[in-house]
Write a protein that binds this ligand. Structure first.
Ligand code: KG4
Ligand code: ZN
Length: 345
């Protein structure tokens, strides 16, 4: 089954075609994918402007679909189903992809399905030929979410812990801003941290001894104070690299310790990490090292499938379509949508 996936929940227009019959190949069943980031459009305003995001998705959807079809050597008639992001996200941005996808499917006479953006992230590491088996613990770390989830099957999710304030990705972005690094902050902090000393400065590991919830708002204040109190933090590249490395180390340390705790709590031995922050190399390496000590394994998607993309939506849609689910002609998007409300397969 060839599924077209459409992601338009925020500031990336992502389209991809997943072919379940080619899943064993190196490209994980992906026939092709295109991604257009609106970062430059919003940079002027210091954050995503919802109305501009919606208008830009509308502008890009048709040309990107044509580009994707050419890349895959396909025509529209080769598409067997359409999956679009139904929520959570910005309502206007969601509506553009949902209406485009639903109408296209209607025109082609194929089924359509609305996908939960975070389920898309969660399932992305399962797209390859040898996916980790259920059950597993999933660490979802993106710009808007930080959650530890026990996943017993597709649509069978139990939230073990989550952030009570800022998301991990948001914290990376805010720390980057304080260091005058451009958005998105995560990859820029990671790059600057490469030459820094992760133990140069002592930053907090919030809520370490309190269950499986996270809190990152205090970390922001700590980074702010560190920058303010450290001479040359705006000019000396070594000082800046040390601050970035120490911040990244504190974030990773906190996430890793909670993951270990979660695995022990539910007696599971597989951890799947997903969402933009799961692209972080220091996080991946530290998890590999620490989980080996407790005979557990860590699984993740290639970096380009960790951040927002159309491929994860195509794949999550495929799993649900294959199980007989699809959406009718009425399009409804859900800007706030707990993953625990999803139907089990
Ligand atoms: O999943 P995502 O693309 O979008 C949301 O659904 O939010 O995640 C974006 C977030 C941003 O906060 C970005 O700074 C962070 O993921 N991110 C990273 C890295 N790459 C992206 N954070 C740390 N290290 C990275 N390499
Ligand atoms: Zn996302």
């Amino acid at each position: 089954m060839k599924v077209l996936g459409l992601e338009t929940s925020c500031d990336e227009t992502g389209l991809a075609i997943f072919d379940s019959e080619q899943r064993d190949s190196d490209n994980q069943g992906l026939l092709g994918q295109v991604l257009y980031s609106q970062i430059e459009l919003h940079a002027l305003y210091g954050g995503v402007v919802p109305e501009l995001a919606s208008r830009d998705h509308i502008r890009k959807l048709v040309p990107l679909l044509n580009e994707l079809l050419a890349q895959c050597g396909m025509t529209k008639d080769d598409i067997d189903a359409v999956a679009y992001t139904k929520g959570p996200g910005l309502i206007g941005a969601l509506m553009t992809g949902a209406l485009f996808g639903r109408s296209l499917a209607y025109g082609l006479g194929v089924p359509a399905i609305g996908v939960h953006h975070m389920e898309g992230h969660l399932l992305a590491p399962l797209m390859g030929a040898n996916p980790p088996a259920f059950p597993f613990v999933s660490l979802l770390v993106s710009g808007g979410h930080t959650q530890l989830i026990a996943a017993y099957g597709i649509g069978q999710y139990e939230i073990l812990g989550e952030s009570i304030d800022d998301a991990a990705g948001e914290c990376f972005d805010k720390a980057a801003k304080m260091l005058n690094l451009p958005y998105p902050g995560g990859p820029n902090i990671a790059k600057l941290a490469e030459t820094g000393n992760p133990n140069a400065y002592d930053l907090p590991r919030p809520m370490l001894h309190r269950g499986l919830d996270f809190s990152f708002s205090g970390m922001k204040t700590a980074v702010h104070n560190l920058i303010k109190d450290t001479p040359d933090s705006d000019s000396d590249p070594h000082v800046r690299a040390d601050i970035a490395a120490s911040f990244q180390h504190a974030m990773v340390d906190t996430l890793v310790k909670k993951c270990v705790k979660a695995l022990k709590q539910v007696s599971m031995s597989r951890l799947v990490i997903a969402g933009g922050v799961s692209a972080n190399t220091h996080l991946r390496k530290t998890l590999e090292r620490e989980l080996a000590k407790i005979n557990a394994s860590v699984h993740y998607a290639p970096p380009e499938l960790c951040t927002d993309n159309g491929a994860m939506i195509a794949y999550a849609g495929f799993e649900r379509l294959q199980a007989g689910q699809s959406d009718d002609l009425a399009v409804s998007c859900v800007p706030r949508w707990p993953m625990t409300e999803l139907p089990a397969l």
